[in-house]
Design a protein around this ligand. Structure first.
Ligand code: ADP
Length: 193
């Protein structure tokens, strides 16, 4: 299996592009944000605990998302690989993911990082609030906090992956199809379709 991280700040387009990439390359798309929102929608005990953290734009504890991902990895059949979206978000999550994959004879093959400048991110998230109905998109202070948390806790993963030689930056500004094309170019050396 071939495993990709799709990476970038909130609003960089990870979710939109992941759905298209997963379909094109038969990848299992795993979004921890989607999984957590599903817990909230189902009214589970975990969802109730996580919703206040998420509505402030903070990260939920590492062990929560690691557990969510672990439960999916072994249940995935007939896919070319995994596409991790919004996970890992800390270096500790990255180390945990590598360990889970290594134990199963796999690795993170490539990290695709969508580059989008700050003003464009804020613009997109405010626009998205209307359609997404997400409370963390509706409040400009929460948006700024999510971007700050990304810079402080998530971005260090880029250096970690650069040292491993798996970092691939991608220009994240343009039309959805243009950006999709750039991501496909970055992925296709690893995949045959
Ligand atoms: P976005 O990329 O737009 O910020 P996500 O849907 O990936 O949105 O995540 C929404 C929220 O869910 C995050 O702000 C955070 O509170 C929580 N979350 C999602 N994934 C993780 C993760 N891997 N680690 C910690 N918190 C997470």
């Amino acid at each position: 299996m071939v495993n990709f991280l799709i990476f970038g700040p909130p609003g960089s387009g990870k979710g939109t592009q992941s759905v298209k990439l997963a379909e094109k390359y038969n990848l299992m798309h795993l979004s921890t944000g989607d999984m957590l929102r599903a817990e909230i929608a189902a009214g589970s005990a975990l969802g109730k605990k996580m919703s206040s953290i998420m509505s402030k734009g903070e990260l939920v504890p590492d062990e929560v998302v690691i557990e969510l991902i672990a439960s999916k990895i072994d249940n995935t059949k007939n896919r070319a690989g995994f596409l991790f979206d919004g996970f890992p978000r800390t270096v500790a999550q990255t180390v945990a993911l590598e360990k889970m994959l290594n134990e199963r004879g796999m690795k993170i093959d490539s990290m695709l990082v969508l580059d989008v400048d700050h003003d464009e991110l804020v613009k997109r998230l405010i626009l998205r609030a209307d359609q997404s109905g997400r409370p963390d998109d509706a409040d400009p202070a929460v948006i700024e906090n999510r971007i700050d948390v990304y810079r402080a806790k998530t971005e260090p993963i880029i250096d970690y992956c650069r040292q491993k030689g798996i970092y691939q930056p991608v220009n994240g500004v343009g039309s959805i199809d243009e950006i999709f094309g750039r991501l496909c170019d970055g992925m296709k050396t690893f995949l045959t379709r």
